[in-house]
Design a protein around this ligand. Structure first.
Ligand code: ZN
Length: 258
């Protein structure tokens, strides 16, 4: 499992919101460092033409003018997402340990602590290079990824699924059934938010459930997505449990997850 990470993601001065909070990324990093099989890789900053895969120049300029540090870190998060998707395409499962998140960033507007649509940029880059002809996106964050939907709605070869069930058992079954009914795709992208945890804002899923979500994603990827899967960090705000939840999900997602 590749972890695409840059120390600049520890910088909490780019914004004042719960995703930018001090200690948040560190709480995940400390847990992931305990795994010998996780391979840390530094990303490069996304270029303007990469951001332009989803966002028009005026919007990119607006973010740049608003706050240069924010632009720099958000472009680095997009760059890490590009790398995670590229490595997954080569058959190496990858997780981008990033902030700011992206699934509430639409082409010309954003909210919810997001600025650039990391998932959209990563997926459209693979389409542009003719590496894929279809993609499936699972978004298991507490909040519906309106930015992913708005950024990718013009691409009919992308299917996006946000599970809705209110009860944890039904939630996992909903994901399982959706994967069972889904057709074949060239890659699976996961918008991985951890704010549905019982001790986070959503108050629903257990840490073990995140491992099960990882196992379901691994299985779906192996059976119907050519074994290609990558995940991008979205929400998750309780630093006491966030690292354990990310680690549990990635353990499930690993090839040898038993
Ligand atoms: Zn969320």
């Amino acid at each position: 499992m590749n972890i695409i990470y840059h120390p600049e993601f520890l910088n909490s001065n780019y914004s004042q919101d719960p995703a930018a909070e001090k200690g948040r990324i560190l709480s995940i990093l400390e847990e992931l460092k305990k795994e010998d099989s996780f391979n840390f890789i530094e990303p490069e900053t996304a270029r303007r033409k990469d951001l332009n895969l989803i966002h028009p120049p005026e919007y990119i300029d607006k973010i740049y003018r608003r706050n240069k540090l924010l632009y720099q870190i958000a472009a680095l998060a997009a760059g890490a997402s590009l790398k995670a998707a590229e490595m997954a395409w080569k058959g190496e499962s990858s997780f981008a340990l990033i902030r700011p998140p992206g699934h509430h960033a639409s082409p010309s507007s954003s909210w919810g602590f997001c600025f650039f649509n990391n998932m959209g940029i990563a997926i459209e880059n693979l389409f542009k290079k003719n590496k894929i002809n279809s993609a499936f996106i699972l978004d298991f964050d507490l909040h519906i990824g309106d930015g992913n939907i708005n950024s990718l709605k013009s691409n009919s070869q992308v299917s996006i699924f946000n599970p809705k069930a209110r009860n944890r058992k039904k939630y996992l079954k909903e994901v399982k059934d959706t994967f069972k009914d889904a057709g074949e795709h060239d890659i699976l992208g996961v918008s991985a938010g951890f704010d549905e945890h019982i001790k986070d804002w959503g108050g629903k899923l257990t840490t073990e459930d995140y491992k099960d979500l990882g196992i379901l994603c691994r299985d779906f990827s192996d059976r119907k997505c050519k074994g290609r899967v990558f995940a991008l960090l979205e929400g998750g705000y309780n630093h006491q449990v966030l690292g354990q939840n990310v680690r549990a999900f990635l353990k499930g997602l690993q090839k040898d997850n038993t």
